[in-house]
Design a protein around this ligand. Structure first.
Ligand SMILES: Nc1ncnc2c1ncn2[C@@H]1O[C@H](COP(=O)(O)OP(=O)(O)O)[C@@H](O)[C@H]1O
Ligand SMILES: [Mg+2]
Length: 541
């Protein structure tokens, strides 16, 4: 669906709420005047020639969850750092409950009740949870020591139902648990009235995200204002009351969520209409390119039970399911990094069961892995080296046993440009790139050779709209040149938007299959929940 350009930026009628569509907080009709909790007025911040924030006005009301949206580089983090006292603006001022305030340091921000959870956490991995809490807290005159901290941490984890022990080392925590420690560390401080979260959901599983959202709603009910930076538009509609879109350092619009749409927000973010759906396949699917029959695993977190399906040329097949229902194990079997205990995997009719990653690469199977840091990249190697990892031979970069580095660099630069890898140059270790750019490096490597079979695990995780869109286009391109795509994703909107059909996994099995467009979400929900026995219209069991 394409949004006509004319519908962008049209002023929305004011809701009968205390918050105006333009971002100002108006008096409630018939009620007492409502002053915003915090108001940024004309905030400008430059870094050399770069204008990160350009005359930004933004008002946040008490007890609202305010989504802050924008492409990478739009100026969101810089703006939030101004509020947190970490960045001094060049111009503009801040009002707190209507009164001018000076936030010159993090201590000033904390004193007002502003807490910020950063995109990259600042926990010390080698210390325990409680020691990290200690570090965060300005020491009281009479230091109470670790015993007191342990009690507080235990109380907090219990209150929020978090399964983390105070004496656990941070490096042993999952991404989700680590995130919680971060959040609890902020909530542990003086009373928080404004909580800022910079892309907290980018690396969380769905259930971890649900937990975070539940806590945010709970905080909102207590009158806390939340500014939430997110990329997934679905999340905006799930949790936020209002949304502000930034582009190139400026606020382009603030909208009550009830009065906008994903299409409108996406268009505001990128400055033009965005296709949120791919057109379906134009031709009937062709021959089978990937066949999985009776696949089983043992010893995994979630073992596969008799998983069978096919992917044909000319189709994108999705795999939906709640995280932890066997998708990871399936992806690992297909990527050659887990050996099934039974069953068979065929690519173009040839048996590849239990084969190695290099062999799959040789067969032209593009794999976008689940864990990009562990399986996707060699973090210490240069960006251009990662773009060719395992492919120097197939890309004819080896001459008389030696890699022709000049040629390799040139080709890497072409691929990096095509896949919009943003890096100063390609000589830096790939580990220095942002998560989104690391993902693009993997895509450049895996999709750069026009593979005709693509197995992708959550390929758009952590990407902004333009990059996400680009991935969708690449998958569609694979389909239209007669390839087949298997797309595993936790994002149901994504699956229903671009897949021709979707398999639903539950408990390590394929619980059912639905057609992509117009599929019944309730039905998918039931299948995800293990209701194997449902029989309805477009379900094949
Ligand atoms: N410390 C810094 N030094 C130089 N440039 C910066 C710095 N911080 C941010 N920028 C630049 O400012 C712009 C806005 O960045 P940022 O606020 O991080 O955007 P967002 O969070 O929306 O992705 C970008 O062009 C970024 O490269
Ligand atoms: Mg940012």
């Amino acid at each position: 669906m394409i949004l006509p350009l004319g519908s962008m930026g049209a002023p929305q009628p004011d809701a009968p709420a205390r918050i105006g569509a333009d971002g100002s907080v108006a008096a409630v009709p018939g009620g007492s005047g409502a002053t915003p909790l915090v108001e940024l007025r004309g905030v400008t911040k430059t870094f050399g020639d770069i204008v990160a924030d350009d005359d930004v006005h933004l008002a946040i009301a008490e007890g609202e969850i305010h989504a802050l949206l924008g492409e990478n580089g739009a100026g969101k983090t810089t703006l939030m750092r101004v509020l947190a006292g970490l960045t001094r603006p060049d111009d503009g001022d801040i009002r707190w409950r209507g009164a001018p305030v000076h936030i010159g340091s993090p201590a000033d921000a904390i004193g007002l009740g502003i807490g910020m959870m950063h995109q990259h956490d600042m926990l010390v991995s080698t210390l325990t949870v409680e020691e990290n809490f200690e570090l965060a807290r300005p020491r009281p005159p009479l230091a109470l020591g670790l015993a007191d901290t342990r009690g507080r941490v235990a109380a907090l984890t219990q209150r929020y139902g978090i399964d983390v022990r105070p004496d656990q080392r941070v490096e042993t925590l999952t991404v989700g648990q680590r995130q919680w420690v971060n959040l609890l560390r902020i909530l542990d401080g003086p009373e928080v009235r404004l909580l800022i979260l910079d892309e907290p959901t980018a690396s969380l599983t769905q259930s971890e995200r649900d937990d975070v959202f539940r806590t945010l709603r709970h905080l909102r009910a207590g009158g806390v204002a939340v500014i939430l930076i997110v990329h997934k538009l679905g999340e905006v509609f799930e949790i936020a009351d209002r949304a502000t879109v930034m582009r190139a350092g400026r606020v382009v619009a603030t909208r009550p969520v009830a009065e906008t749409s994903k299409e409108e927000l996406a268009a505001l973010m990128v400055g033009h209409a965005v296709e949120t759906r791919l057109a379906g396949a134009t031709k009937a699917p062709g021959e089978v390119i990937l066949s999985v029959a009776g696949l089983q695993t043992t010893g995994a977190a979630r073992d596969l039970v008799d998983v069978s399906f096919e992917v044909r040329r000319g189709e994108i097949v999705g795999v939906a399911g709640v995280d932890g229902n066997g998708q990871r194990e399936l992806g690992e079997c297909l990527a050659g990094i887990r050996r099934p205990s039974a069953g068979r995997i065929e690519v173009r009719g040839g048996d590849v069961t239990g084969t190695t990653p290099p062999e799959l690469t040789r067969l032209g199977v593009a794999r976008v892995p689940e864990d990009r840091q562990e399986h996707g990249l060699a973090l210490g190697l240069r960006i251009w080296e990662n773009i060719h990892l395992g492919r120097s031979a197939s890309r004819h970069l080896v001459r008389r046993g030696v890699v022709d580095t000049a040629r390799a660099r040139r080709l890497a630069a072409d691929l990096a440009a095509r896949f919009d890898v943003r890096a100063q140059d390609l000589e830096h270790p790939v580990g220095e790139l942002s998560g989104g750019n690391q993902q693009k490096v993997i895509l450049a490597r895996e999709l750069g050779d026009d593979a005709d079979l693509v197995v992708a695990m959550n390929p758009t995780r952590g990407l902004d709209i333009s990059a996400t869109q680009f991935v969708y286009e690449q998958l569609a391109a694979a389909r239209s040149r007669g390839g087949g795509v298997l797309l595993v994703s936790f994002d149901l909107d994504e699956l229903l938007g671009i897949c021709d059909r979707v398999l639903v996994m539950s408990g390590g099995r394929i619980a059912g299959e639905v057609s992509g467009a117009g599929a019944d979400r309730t039905l998918i929900g039931m299948l995800m929940g293990g209701e194997h026995h449902v029989v309805a219209g477009d379900v094949a069991l």
